[in-house]
Design a protein around this ligand. Sequence first.
Ligand code: ADP
Length: 447
Amino acid sequence: MKKKLNTQLISIAALAMVTTLLLMLLFCYNSFRQNAFSDLATLSRIMISMHENNSWEHVGEVANEDNIRLTILDQEGTVLYDNKADPQTMSNHIDRPEIMEALGHQVGKADRQSETLNKRTFYYASMLEDGSVLRIARETKSIFFSLFEYVYLLVILLVFLLILCGGLSIYFTKSIVDPLKKLANEEGALQKADFIKTGYIYPELKPFLEAMATKQEQMTENALMRQQFTANVSHELKTPLTAISGYAELIENGMVPDEKDQKRFATEIHKNAERLLTLINDIIRLTELDQREADVEPEKINLFVMAKECVRSLEMNAKKHHVTIQATGENAFIMADRNMMEELLSNLCDNAIRYNRENGTVTVQVLDRLDHVELVVTDTGIGIPLEHREHIFERFYRVDKGRSKSTGGTGLGLAIVKHILIKHHTSAQILSEVGKGTEIHVRFDKA
Ligand code: ADP
């Protein structure tokens, strides 16, 4: 990147220099020409006024001293007098542009390449009162050749400028690229954010770099969470597997001769196997939701009907916990993924049953409000202490580990709920009082 930027910057500088030089030359050439003609015009006027009291021969001699050629011609272009050559030997000049112009417009000018390559002759002709034409000419060094004399100076200047531009371009490129490089080398996301704030970076680059740093921070966090999750999963799976393996080994070795004990151990194995299955199911579901494999397929759903179905399917379970469960409210329509809504309802209701008290109640309420649909799951259970409330949606977070496990909890139910809520662009509000109960509110847009 540095090399490319440098080459580009230096090429631009070189191009700019060459164009400036060419334009300058053009400008110089033009002004040089104009000056040459205006000098000749002045000289020509002086000579005409000199001629009032002197012969052309005399004026010609004076002009000769200044290396100026003076020629007098008649209207036909025949040379009458010339201060540098014999008029007899000179051809007719009527075809010369400056003469033609002077005959038509009083004055005429022209410049021509001299016989010697590095010289140019400027001609100025003016018509006199008697109809004859005065032409004066001066030979000068060609402007390009004069410039060539200084060409070494120009080359030195160009080389110097190029070196200067090169240096500057290296400096500017460095000032863009180096902070980026340094940033890339910064280890943590925090150090990066700090560097963006304090290090010198072009302001225009900051938003882009900040976005990148945030993204990286999220990625690091995600990676960390995954790592932690994997560790937790292994641990959670190990417990029931160890139990299963242990009981099975005892039976295998004939160490449980009593039939009653055998049955008890088999029940334990069964229970732990069930627990493994629920755990694995929840883990798979969570991973699916995580990997966006499960995209929301929204359809119009009557949330009240769904709540009643959920209550019906959980009635047996509630009875086992000596809890009554009911659905109240009114028909209310939302756009949501059917499977996910069923999972959401059953997870919330399942918790409300499991963390309830003896003879408690669970109420699932569906309310069709003016601008939204509200779902409220209320229980009369143990409640959630304030300090735990922000954590219960985390994976494997349990307030009371013993109770969660003994009631068949995996610690993943609310993590699944959270994913579903995020996918439906909503969230849950928790109202809870320890020892009295919990209310979980979720708002949905109306269909
Ligand atoms: P679990 O499988 O352990 O129930 P969840 O993710 O469903 O896991 O819930 C996380 C924790 O939040 C639970 O362990 C429990 O401590 C607490 N919790 C969830 N719902 C309730 C509730 N209705 N009343 C009291 N505590 C609850």
